[in-house]
Design a protein around this ligand. Sequence first.
Ligand code: BGC
Length: 881
Amino acid sequence: MHAVSLRCEHRDDIPCVDDRAPRLSWALESDDDGRRQTAYRLLVAERSEDLAAERGTLWDSGRVASAETVDVAYAGRPLPAGAEIAWSVQVWDDEETPSGWSEPARFRTGPATWTAEWIARDRTHDPAMPVPGTDPDLDPTDFLMRRLPPSPYFRRAFRVDRQVERAVLYATARGVYEFEFNGDRVGDSVLAPGWTDYDRRIEYAAYDVTAHLRDGDNVLGAIVGDGWYCGFVGMNPRRPGNHYGTEPQLLAELHLEHADGTRTVIATDRRWEAARGPLVYSDLLMGERYDGRRELGAWSEPGADRAGWHPVVAEPLDDTLLVPERSQPMRVTEEIRPVSVTEREPGVHVFDLGQNMVGWVRLHVEGERGTRVQLRFAEMLQPDGSLYLENLRSARALDTYVLRGGGPEVFEPRFTFHGFRFVEVTGLPAEPSLDTITGRVVHSDTPRTGWFECSDQMVNRLVRNIEWGQRGNFVSVPTDCPQRDERLGWLADAQVFLPTASLNMDVQAFIRKWGDDVLDGQLPSGAYPDVAPVIAFRREGAPAWADAGIITPWVMWRRYGDRRLVERHWDAMERYMDHLARHNPDLLWTARRGNDYGDWLSVGEHTPRDVLATAYWAYDAQLMAHMARALDLPERAEHYERLRAGIVAAWNRAYVGEDVYIEGDTQTVYLLALHMDLIPHELRARAAERLVENIERHDGHLTTGFVGVGLLCPVLSEAGHSDVAHRLLRKDTFPSWGYSIRHGATTIWERWDGWTEDAGFQTPMMNSFNHYSLGSVGQWLYEYVAGIRAAEPGYRRVVIAPEPGELAWARATYKSVRGPITSDWRRTEDGFRLEVEIPPNVTATVVVPGGETVEVGPGRHAFTSAGSRPEPSAHGGAEEG
Ligand code: BGC
């Protein structure tokens, strides 16, 4: 047995951290079944040679008798600033056999203090805005050329005359940046530093650029786009004061560590220069315009032409927090080749990528200098084959490339992104092929942790649609949609989807970052906002939206055992609970409900907002009591248990009638009652019956919106109605997950009726085809169909209890913080076979359908039973085909 997958602060790459006690984690791998860790030893050093020599110059934990492998807090000497730290771990198994040392892992620390200044282009050097018709380059059809400023190019030339051991660039921007060092691109992250509330917090990243450094002359250069800082964001027009700033700025320090231990820092200041280049404008919503005729040659290389470069303006740092990038950066993670291209009319080609994706396209073109090629993006086509652009609302999503001429050219935008499946290209000099464009998939590069497959192809497509929805909307923040003029960190969307998202991918670092955005967005009243990062309008969030402030730390704790996140959010959560209590003395949440969205986009039923709001308040109190116990705050736990009891009593008095009739009588009111444990135990079965009866009344269809949908199948299974859940899963008539798939969906639609045979497209004012909220059923596929559930935070103990329904087989693997857990079952001639795999240090209760329940330890285990024909629920009615 040995340690693998070493992670620091939940990152398996080389994170930069500012924690005094960063958390170190590893997983265990063993060829023998049943192995357990009984002890570990950690070594941390600045130089890998020290590590190799088993010298923990920063920390040597010694042999620690413990089975712990997750979030072991660093406890060595204070970590040096601006350093690269190496660490390794040795483990002992239950036969006291020590393993070898793990592969070393590394993390960095940021500068102790920053000496750099924020630099920007000095607009006084800008040539006057060209008057239409006077500048041959001015494209009269592109009004943005007159509205949006060009993206500035910055550079700094310097000499290196002493040996350098390591060169590390610490960089960020008010805007989005891309660095070049002596002509080479630095790193592979895109749209960095991502989106935070720039008035409060800005993330920086660290890049080892030693390989790019030269003896003698060097040039460090950067391009900065408007990004979320001063570009169009959300639905609001772009004007000063609307969001964060008006002028993109750069901040960077290049630290050169010399052999003699001294350090030279090349920081952004007045010695940098700036120029306008080929990036005529760049905007996340509007698109990008690149004019190849305006290229600056080898601008980021020593000896480049100086014409057109001017001194920059610089301003000192203010009190905005500079923090290291918490989450994995955004990257191009995949390429998609078009599946077809059609010429809709002469010179207008529509490419189908076959998958609704998020990112941009790379264009390959050759033609006359000055030829203008335009690319438009859409998720769907109109009946006549033209792009369906209306649902983008004011997001123009149009990229323009003006050819420099003289041979083959490649254009790829930098500082915009689009949500699309179809690309309309006009102005191509020659007949295109499927290689003319390539889809470049962009998202926060959160490692995959979940794999689910089963015998039903429509369900497998649903799983892929959910995953693509997550990829497309985990772009620096968890957004509602990636295509229209919104793309906001809506809190309810994130909280209902998080249980699914955290199975599909390791989102621990990503959500830690977003958690800080939520904290930054909390209002002085204690209320949480509707969206985070907040933009111009900071308003109190609605029930189910604001409650993400409580639910997110809870889900992260359950999924990853992340106690420190609960600690980090505790005071803010208490402020929120005080806010609710202060304004709702009758223990019914009737006041301060913000925009009160209710069960957003439910279909055919309307869940009373009072019922929903107070249900969430009671749930918050329940989660606060649990988290208070986890933080060893018994008094606070008792306080919240009492509060909860009061709210539950008030809720039952106000909304629960005869025979467990709950006001509204919608599917969601029974889901809230059962999931949030709001009714006495003896009434639960009747409430579940009422839920099933409601589904029957809707001809076996769901009616739930964003709030109810994620609870639907888990609650049905918990109440013994997995058969009903399976029938909902495999429906393909409206409304259902299958309906959109039958009509070609490759992501999750915002609305059940985004497009219907009867009505065609829903209102374009709100009709995204890439919203993950209705995809929150993914959790049920892992936790009930495959049956992999955590019995303790962080999967120290698990339950494997598949609910097969009518499926012939299903298998899933979830790579938990303690290692991969697999459930693989199939119906056989003689009944049922279940194979499970449990990582070292983890124990499991296995409930074999139609068979036994057994406790097992780490290793591979197989079980058979006579099989489990699903018992139709009391209200099962006739078996559907
Ligand atoms: C967003 C949703 C959000 C909702 C709240 C919509 O515009 O797309 O994701 O939850 O507003 O009303």
